[in-house]
Write a protein that binds this ligand. Structure first.
Ligand code: 5AD
Length: 375
């Protein structure tokens, strides 16, 4: 099954589209399955085509997809799953996203900020366990910009062989640049939804889709490895919105894509909306692996929260990154973006050994390295 010749091809179609043998022996039985093979061959879909793919998918299409997306992950990354040590350094946030448990307007959230020493201690504990990427994730807080710059300098000085990822929301380009010059390598900022009207449903008027997009473009221009992403099944989300998300990924070509199910939080305005599903999240993970074969794709905490085997299933669908929590145990319960968020950490070697065993059982292993993007 080949993409028809008049189709637009991805610019990297020739260099990256060496498909593993399983593709040659795949026999598509449905239109969705044909589309998946076209995608893997480098086809660029219109919004209408993306929408049709999502709308028509059946369980058999996922069964068809996962061996392909898994083979593609293996072709690029072998058995490696990269671990990132997640340090949730503060839940103090000036943002007011309607879905998020640490939004400014949630006065029930118990606020905290780790000290520099606590953060460095988390890094050291993580380093000893084999982590070579640290992710500093925290609420948006302009007052802390310069202390974060100093922290980046210190972490990079103490751990020169480690990559440092920041995830601290929307900041002016000059701030992103200072953090980059201080040594930050990567930045995670989910776009949340590629549809401006849907974005406006999920955020207060002062937080705009235009600003979010401008931030993502600045980050890329500065030279960060950039991660974007969205929640699956967020309130008001339609197949057309998801089609816009996939089209955006195809165009923006991020180095990393973070997706996980929306999960309601009891102290937010969107508390009564249902959670996103495992099924759709896994289908999207597999589809994103075909779309961007070399992308870094985490099996997220939210996926692990809605299903006990969520993260393993995510890896089997094509994900290749896991982000265990390195934050001190006593603050973990306060970084509650949504109800029942998993907060077992990886502070102890036995947790990591357990993760390794679970990965070994599905033919993968933890890689002790920075795990930079191949894109
Ligand atoms: N359910 C799932 N994910 C959430 N996030 C925030 N709130 C929720 C929720 N209720 C995600 C957002 C944000 C990231 C840090 O966490 O996509 O970008």
């Amino acid at each position: 099954m080949n993409a028809s010749i008049h189709r637009t091809q991805n610019p990297d179609a020739n260099e990256n589209r060496q498909l593993p043998p399983v593709f040659a022996s795949a026999h598509p039985q449905t239109e969705v399955q044909q589309q998946l093979l076209q995608l893997a061959a480098g086809a660029v879909f219109s919004r209408a085509e993306w929408t049709a793919l999502l709308r028509q998918r059946q369980p058999a299409d996922s069964e068809f997809l996962f061996p392909l997306s898994e083979a593609l992950r293996q072709a690029h990354y072998g058995i490696n799953v990269y671990i990132r040590g997640l340090i949730e350094f503060t839940n103090d946030c000036k943002g007011d996203c309607l879905y998020c448990g640490i939004r400014r307007s949630n006065h029930s959230a118990k606020r905290y900020r780790l000290t520099k020493q606590q953060i460095l201690d988390c890094c050291l504990a993580g380093y000893k366990l084999g982590f070579r990427t640290f992710v500093l994730q925290g609420g948006e807080n302009p007052a802390a910009d310069e202390s974060l710059t100093r922290l980046v300098l210190q972490i990079k000085q103490r751990f020169p062989d480690c990559a440092l990822t920041l995830s601290a929301g929307e900041r002016p380009e000059a701030v992103y640049r200072r953090w980059f010059e201080a040594g930050a390598d990567r930045y995670l900022l989910r776009h949340e939804t590629a549809d401006p009207d849907h974005y406006a449903m999920l955020h207060p008027p002062q937080q705009t889709w235009q600003r979010r997009m401008a931030c993502l473009h600045s980050l890329k221009d500065i030279g960060y490895q950039v991660g974007c992403g969205f929640m699956v099944g967020s309130p008001g989300q339609t197949d057309e919105h998801l089609a816009a998300d996939l089209a955006f990924l195809q165009e923006f070509r991020p180095h990393m894509v973070g997706i996980g199910p929306f999960i309601p939080h009891k102290d937010t305005p969107l508390r009564s909306y249902p959670a996103g599903t495992l099924e759709l999240t896994l289908f999207l993970l597999g589809t994103i692996r075909l779309l961007l074969p070399q992308v870094l794709l985490p099996a997220t905490t939210a996926l692990g929260t809605i299903h006990p085997q969520g993260r393993e299933l995510g890896i089997r669908a094509g994900a290749n990154v896991i982000m265990p929590n390195l934050s001190p145990a006593d603050v973990r319960g306060n970084y509650m973006l949504y109800d029942n968020k998993l907060h077992t950490g990886c502070e102890a070697a036995e947790h990591l050994n357990d993760l390794r065993r679970r990965l070994n059982a599905i033919g993968c292993d933890i890689a002790v390295c920075r795990g930079d993007s191949l894109m």
